[in-house]
Design a protein around this ligand. Structure first.
Ligand code: HEM
Length: 126
């Protein structure tokens, strides 16, 4: 199996990636209003622990939230193509804070493929 992406990139990478994303979500006209304004820290933690777990790190997400069931968890939100594309756009900008030293091309591609796949899977309206 080899070392996981979590082992390769480290815990702090995921913290910084998700933080950079949420810093933009807060002021985003489309996505901002969808998120709990009084729990940015919680939202940040949920996404961070999900990614950490998915990429081979500790199962903190499972312990705190149970099975991911992401599609079901996103049903309360109206997500169409514009929302999915915006989510990816903000995440791509957060990726930009990392140079190739910190985030090798192959790791970046793996993370990005997964996020794109999940983002389009979350679409629940036309
Ligand atoms: C397609 C566009 C997306 C939109 C509009 C969206 C929106 C949201 C919103 C409004 C929440 C609730 C915030 C909270 O309280 O935690 C949430 C939660 C979450 N999202 Fe998304 N999301 C999208 C895509 C994704 C993708 C691509 C992933 C994973 C790669 C993801 C993973 C999560 C996780 C792990 C949670 C927390 C679930 C929980 O523990 O309850 N989301 N999302």
């Amino acid at each position: 199996m080899g070392p996981s992406l979590y082992d390769e990139l480290g815990e702090d990478f995921f913290r910084r990636l998700v933080h950079g994303f949420y810093e933009q979500v807060k002021t985003d006209d489309l996505l901002g209003p969808m998120y709990p304004a009084d729990d940015w820290e919680g939202a940040e933690n949920r996404l961070r622990w999900f990614l950490v777990q998915y990429w081979g790190g500790p199962h903190t997400f499972q312990a705190e939230r149970g099975r991911p069931m992401l599609r079901k968890r996103h049903f309360p939100f109206s997500i169409g193509m514009p929302e999915a594309e915006r989510w990816l756009e903000l995440m791509e900008r957060s990726f930009a804070q990392f140079g190739e030293e910190e985030l090798p091309v192959d790791a970046r591609a793996q993370l990005w493929n997964h996020m794109q796949r999940v983002a389009y899977m979350m679409i629940n309206r036309q």
